[in-house]
Design a protein around this ligand. Sequence first.
Ligand code: 13P
Length: 334
Amino acid sequence: MTQSHDLSSTIEALVRPGKGILAADESGPTIAKRFTAIGVESTPENRRAYRSLLLSTPGLGEFVSGVILYEETLGQCKEDGEPLPALAARQGIVPGIKVDTGKGPLALAPGDEITQGLDGLPARLRAYVKLGARFAKWRAVYNVSDSLPSRGAVEANAESLARYAAICQTEGVVPIVEPEVLIDGDHSQARCAAVTQEVLLEVFRALHRHRVALEHMLLKPSMVVPGKAHVRQAGPGDVADETLRVLRRTVPAAVPGIVFLSGGQSPVEATVNLDAINRLAPQPWRLSFSYGRALQDPVLQAWRGQPDQVQAPQAALLKRARLNALASLGRYDA
Ligand code: 13P
């Protein structure tokens, strides 16, 4: 099989109508924060138990086409010894892997951040493929204020995202390109729209520069929403209009799918907004979800680290997955 055949078949498996992606790739510090909130210690065993519970949810593959895992999970097994990536695949869910190594301050650019992880990436990808990964994710973040992000941060993160995507395609791995315009702050929806437009224009310029095949990647953007602390919050109609206006101006039709992050929206908001977006069909690309918190928050609440609690957390996951799957078709009925 050629590399390009691998990439096409992975894309096809990921963008099935009425399905989306489960982001379960929280890094060590992030999963520790989520566990602390429910009074659970973040040990390798607790992380293994929790992520086994997610992936073994009966029927999950009906609504979820792919799962993004953290490196540690890729090497972990279910209690009965089945590797977790194999368990996902058995459910009809394509395993993927977060490959950036996190973000840090961008030097000489106060308030801006840059994502790391390009060093040694080709070799790491080859190892991940051996463990079953077929797609990858890299997240760049943009803090928003009147003066942020700086032009330098927009260009530097676009360059890294494009270099990552090019390396992935060379290794036969589908890249998910994730530029997240953060929801933190009191900026307006118009400011979010302006920043998102500038960010996406630069990301696609860099992808072209690095010869990334747009047909063989997915975009994972944030929706265009006001800052969390802004005085006026936006309803689903405004979120859908503004998000699609920016996406239509910046994302070529060759991109097969756009899978949103939830980025601090509540689980219900994330579903309602995705549904509103899909009610404005048809669009050039498939529009679905790649949610972390919006899928998992209710699961963590139901689980709370209790080993005998399996059914309730799994039911909570299946419910959110099913409702978001409906929203990805514009058929969610609140
Ligand atoms: P959220 O949906 O919680 O924003 O997570 C998605 C993700 O993958 C962040 O990188």
